[in-house]
Write a protein that binds this ligand. Structure first.
Ligand code: ATP
Length: 374
């Protein structure tokens, strides 16, 4: 397990015996391709943190290194104040709930949950107590004698959760555990999982590519791309104050408009002059930038907004009723597509093909330098 190129750096980390996780310059490559590139992360004990990013961004590799199924090429992983570099997976104070449930089909629910404790030769009475406790926590105690084939996907996922909780881990690692569930069940499980995490007070590190899932459950979100952290912040921060265009585009529905800086706070797009109150300092006139405005910040109206309100004119190309919101697709004369989402009660009756205005508040247009994401 040990690797002479990897030096524990536990001294630089706060020493505690709780469920804290500290990653220091954690790096992992497969061949010449970096999967995780120098990640630093401090997870507080009892925190619900999500690793969020598109497929291939390195989130599973990072989780597997915390679990001990992969070894970093460099850096250190400290759990509960102790470097894990030389600690095998089954001796780490962490447990993983995987995407696939991998339950033993010939064993009952209770036997599946008890399996790990039996292997560790935990006394029978304690096993019975802990199995009941973890099945109760995952609300599966009445299914203890069933075999997995007689359970729904959601129930099997609860058994997988109970199987992890039975070890009473300090840190629970969850790798897209709900991806096989349908949307309604997933939303129910999200609420339950969050309540359970609060009740137990253990650290949850949750991998997902679903921004809604991450937003609904997490205390903080780590947005990853290209093996690196693009932003670490509270759900509100990553949503309202995205650090760069990648984060802005990944969380929520964003309209990007290519533009050139005219003067501080003033941009020129292919269609019109755009005014913004939020622009990085020091952008010289002529700099090419990406302006971004969220779909829910855009209002579509048939009449021209009052002067001073930033707006683009276009043609209404599509209207969709999405249940809680109306979605409008507007195409500007230059071919720029603008998506707007508005609560049905606040939507003016409009017809496709009609000329319309897209307007937003000054502060809702953000400006990013078009830096390529590593
Ligand atoms: P997904 O959501 O698709 O699971 P991810 O963000 O979890 O993606 P990883 O599975 O961590 O991403 O993969 C990061 C990169 O490392 C990808 O380019 C992937 O192809 C590569 N990779 C992961 N595991 C291996 C492996 N065992 N061998 C070679 N390359 C790997």
């Amino acid at each position: 397990m040990s690797d002479t190129s990897v030096k524990p750096i536990v001294n630089s980390v706060v020493n505690d015996d709780t469920g804290s996780v500290h990653l220091r310059s954690v790096t992992k490559s497969y061949g010449n391709a970096p999967a995780v590139a120098g990640v630093d992360l401090d997870v507080q004990s009892g925190e619900f943190i999500s690793l969020l990013g598109p497929s291939g961004c390195g989130k599973t590799t990072l989780l597997r290194m915390i679990a001990g199924f992969e070894h970093p090429d460099a850096g250190d992983i400290v759990v509960a104040g102790k470097s894990m570099l030389d600690v095998p997976p089954h001796k780490r104070p962490v447990n993983t709930v995987f995407q696939s449930y991998a339950l033993f089909p010939h064993m009952t629910v209770a036997e599946n949950v008890a399996y790990g404790l039996r292997q560790k030769r935990v006394p029978k009475a304690e096993i019975a107590e802990r199995v009941y406790e973890s099945l109760s926590l995952s609300r599966m105690e009445t299914f203890a004698d069933r075999t997995p084939q007689k359970l729904s996907g959601g129930q099997q996922q609860r058994v997988a959760l109970a199987r992890a909780l039975v070890n009473r881990p300090k840190v629970l690692l969850l790798d897209e555990p709900m991806s096989a569930l349908d949307r309604k069940l997933r939303e129910e499980m999200q609420i339950e999982l969050k309540l359970l995490q609060r009740q137990l007070g253990i650290t949850f590190i949750f991998v997902t590519h679903d921004q809604q899932e991450a937003l609904s459950m997490s205390d903080r979100i780590v947005v990853m791309q290209g093996g690196a952290i693009q932003q670490l912040g509270s759900t509100e921060q990553v949503y309202s104050e995205p650090a760069n265009a990648f984060v802005a585009g990944f969380i929520g529905k964003q309209n990007f408009i290519d533009a050139v800086v005219v003067s501080p706070g003033v941009l020129q797009s292919a269609d019109a002059e755009l005014i913004t109150s939020r622009m990085p300092d020091g952008l010289a006139p002529g700099t090419a930038v990406r302006a971004a405005v969220r779909a829910e910040a855009v209002r579509v109206t048939s009449g021209q907004p009052a002067s001073g309100i930033p707006a683009l004119v276009g043609t209404l190309a599509g209207i969709s009723f999405l249940g809680d919101v109306m979605q409008y697709v507007v195409i500007t004369p230059s071919g720029q597509e603008i998506i707007a989402r508005t609560a049905p009660a606040q939507s003016e009756p409009l017809s496709t093909g009609a000329p319309v205005w897209c307007a937003w508040d000054l502060a809702d247009l953000r400006v990013f330098e078009p830096e390529p994401v590593a």
